[in-house]
Design a protein. Structure first.
Length: 267
C-alpha cells in the first residue's frame, strides 16, 4: 500500500471531522467511503441516490457494502425527469442533472447536520471531458481523491489491498450517457438499455456499453478482444435485444471507450 499517499488522505479527512460521501457503489466512491469511515468512524456516512438512471444492481451493491461495513447509509429517491431540460438531452445534460442530484445529497447531509459532502472524482478524471464537474465545485462539494492526487490505478491497487471487492470492478457511468446528445431520454428507453446491459453482464462481459439511437437502434461497445464473442452469440443477443424493444443491433468496431458520445461534440 502507498502508505504516504493514504496517510495524506486520512489527514485530509481528519481535518473535516465529519463527512457524507456521495456513494454510488463504484470503484472510487467505495474506496473513499471506506477510507472516510475507517478514519472518522460514525462521523462518516453514505448518501446513495436511487434513480432510473442507475441500474438496480448498482444500488443493491451499495446497500450491501454499507451493511457489511456497518456504515450508516441514507437513501435519496431522485427523479431526473423532474429536471427541466433533462429529457431533451442537451450537451450540458450531465451538468444540469448532476447539479440537482448532488444538491439532493447536500440537502440530506444538511438535515443530518453534516458539514462536508465528499465525492469520488480522481486525478485521472480531470484529463477527460467532465461536463458535470463544475456542479461539484458550485455546490462546495469536496473531492479528496483528486486533491490528494489519487489516480485510478492508485485506487484500484489500494482497494485490493484493503480487501474491497470493487478493486477490479469495471468503470460505470449513468445510463443517460448511453444516449446521443439531442436524442430524447425516456424511462422506456432507459429500461431497454438497462436490460440489454444486464444481459451482457450476465454473459460475462465486464467493460461494455449499450448505446441507443432513435427509438430502437442499439450500438454495442465491448473491449476489442471480446468483439468475436459478440459475433459468436449474435443470435441470442439480437433475439433478447428484440424482446427488450430493439429492432436493430450493431457492434462498434472501435470497441469500448469512455465518453464515446462526447466525440460528436468536438467534431
Amino acid at each position: 500500500m502507498n502508505e504516504e499517499k493514504y496517510k495524506e488522505l486520512q489527514d485530509y479527512l481528519v481535518g473535516l471531522k465529519n463527512a457524507a460521501v456521495a456513494y454510488s457503489g463504484g470503484v472510487d466512491s467505495t474506496f473513499l467511503l471506506k477510507a472516510a469511515h475507517d478514519t472518522l468512524g460514525d462521523n462518516a456516512c453514505a448518501v446513495t441516490v436511487c434513480a432510473d438512471i442507475f441500474p438496480e444492481r448498482e444500488y443493491e451493491e451499495a446497500r450491501e457494502f454499507c451493511k457489511k461495513e456497518n456504515i450508516k447509509q441514507y437513501i435519496v429517491t431522485f427523479n431526473p425527469f423532474d429536471i427541466p431540460g433533462f429529457s431533451d438531452n442537451p450537451g450540458n445534460r450531465c451538468y444540469i442533472c448532476k447539479k440537482e442530484l448532488l444538491g439532493s445529497v447536500c440537502d440530506t447531509a444538511a438535515k443530518m447536520h453534516i458539514e462536508h459532502v465528499l465525492e469520488g472524482t480522481n486525478a485521472d478524471d480531470m484529463s477527460d471531458y467532465r461536463p458535470g464537474f463544475p456542479a461539484v465545485e458550485e455546490l462546495g462539494i469536496k473531492s479528496p481523491l483528486k486533491s490528494v492526487g489519487f489516480t485510478k490505478e492508485d485506487i484500484r491497487c489500494l482497494s485490493e489491498k484493503l480487501g474491497l471487492k470493487t478493486w477490479d470492478k469495471p468503470s460505470f457511468a449513468c445510463l443517460a450517457s448511453r444516449f446521443a446528445y439531442g436524442e430524447t431520454i425516456t424511462k422506456k428507453k432507459l429500461v431497454m438499455v438497462d436490460r440489454a446491459e444486464k444481459m451482457l453482464f450476465d454473459m460475462g462481459f465486464k467493460q461494455f456499453r449499450v448505446r441507443i439511437y432513435g427509438e430502437n437502434i442499439a450500438r454495442i461497445e465491448v473491449l476489442g478482444n471480446e468483439i468475436p464473442m459478440i459475433i459468436e452469440n449474435r443470435e441470442s443477443i439480437t433475439r433478447a435485444f428484440g424482446n427488450y424493444g430493439f429492432a436493430y443491433v450493431t457492434v462498434d468496431l472501435k470497441g469500448y471507450r469512455t465518453g464515446s458520445m462526447n466525440e460528436a461534440l468536438f467534431k
